[in-house]
Design a binder for this molecule. Structure first.
Ligand SMILES: Nc1nc2c([nH]c(=O)n2[C@H]2C[C@H](O)[C@@H](COP(=O)(O)OP(=O)(O)OP(=O)(O)O)O2)c(=O)[nH]1
Length: 147
C-alpha cells in the first residue's frame, strides 16, 4: 500500500541554537528528550522561533524554558538549512560566552560539557559544524592539522 509522505510546511521553520562556550573552549550539548523527533540524539540547546519573535529573544526564551539560565550576550555565528523527514529547518547558530546560571534539566534532558565532542549520535545537521567550531574554539587547529 502506498503511504503518503508527511506534508512539510511550504517554507523553512526558523530555529535558534545556542552554543555556550567556556573560556577553555568547552561547549554544552544536550540530549533530546523522549517524545521529540530524534529523541536521544545530541544537539546544542535551542528551539523554534515563535511568530514575530526576534532571533535573540527566541534564544533567550528557549534557554530559560529548557535550561533555566539567562543568556546575557550572544553572537550570530552561522546558518544552516536542512530538510528532515519531519521538518525543513533553518538553523541560526549563536555563540555565547556570557550567561548566568548553571544548566538545569527542566525537560528531563541530559547535558554534557564537551571539549572534543564525544557524545553520539548528533543531529545530522549539526555534525558538519563541529569542525568549523573547532576553528573558533582552538585557533591553533589548522596548524595542528598540517603537522
Ligand atoms: N536545538 C537544536 N535543534 C537542532 C539542531 N540541529 C538540528 O538539526 N536541529 C533541528 C531539530 C528540530 O527539527 C529543530 C528544533 O526543533 P525542536 O522540536 O527541538 O524545537 P522546540 O524545542 O521549539 O520544540 P517543541 O516546542 O515544538 O517541542 O531543529 C541543534 O543543534 N540544536
Amino acid at each position: 500500500m502506498h503511504e503518503a509522505a508527511p506534508k512539510l510546511a511550504a517554507g523553512p521553520i526558523d530555529v535558534v541554537v545556542g552554543i555556550l562556550m567556556k573560556p577553555n573552549g568547552d561547549v554544552l550539548l544536550g540530549q533530546r528528550p523522549a517524545g521529540k523527533p530524534y529523541a536521544g540524539y545530541w544537539e546544542f540547546p535551542g528551539g523554534k522561533v515563535e511568530a514575530g519573535e526576534a532571533l535573540f529573544a527566541a534564544l533567550q526564551r528557549e534557554f530559560v524554558e529548557e535550561l533555566g539560565l539567562h543568556i546575557d550576550q550572544a553572537t550570530e555565528w552561522c546558518g544552516v538549512e536542512h530538510v528532515y523527514e519531519h521538518a525543513h529547518v533553518r538553523l541560526h547558530f549563536f555563540i555565547s560566552r556570557a550567561w548566568q546560571g548553571e544548566p538545569q534539566s527542566l525537560e528531563g534532558q541530559a547535558f554534557a560539557w564537551q571539549g572534543k565532542v564525544g557524545v553520539a549520535p548528533l543531529l545530522p545537521a549539526t555534525i558538519p559544524l563541529l569542525e568549523w567550531l573547532d576553528l573558533v574554539r582552538y585557533p591553533a587547529y589548522p596548524r595542528v592539522l598540517h603537522k
